[in-house]
Design a protein around this ligand. Structure first.
Ligand SMILES: [Zn+2]
Length: 66
C-alpha cells in the first residue's frame, strides 16, 4: 500500500503488516518524518519538530572543514 508524501508527493510504500501505530516512517525522497497514525487504513501524519519556530532561524554551524 502506498501513501503519498504530503511534502513531495513521493509515493511511500508502507506495509500494514510491518508497521504499527505510533511508528515513524521516513520519506526516502525528501526525508520527511511521518508518524503512522492508523494502520487500517494506512494513514500517516507529518511529525512537526518540537518547538518549531520559523521566525527564529537556527544558527548555522559552519565549522565543517577540517
Ligand atoms: Zn517526501
Amino acid at each position: 500500500m502506498a501513501v503519498v508524501c504530503p511534502e513531495c508527493d513521493n509515493p511511500i510504500s508502507v506495509d500494514a503488516d510491518e508497521v504499527e501505530e505510533g511508528e515513524t516512517v521516513l520519506c526516502d525522497e525528501c526525508g520527511l518524518e511521518l508518524e503512522v497514525v492508523s494502520v487500517d487504513p494506512i494513514e500517516l501524519a507529518p511529525i512537526e519538530a518540537e518547538g518549531y519556530d520559523d521566525e527564529e532561524a537556527a544558527p548555522i554551524d559552519d565549522e565543517d572543514e577540517d
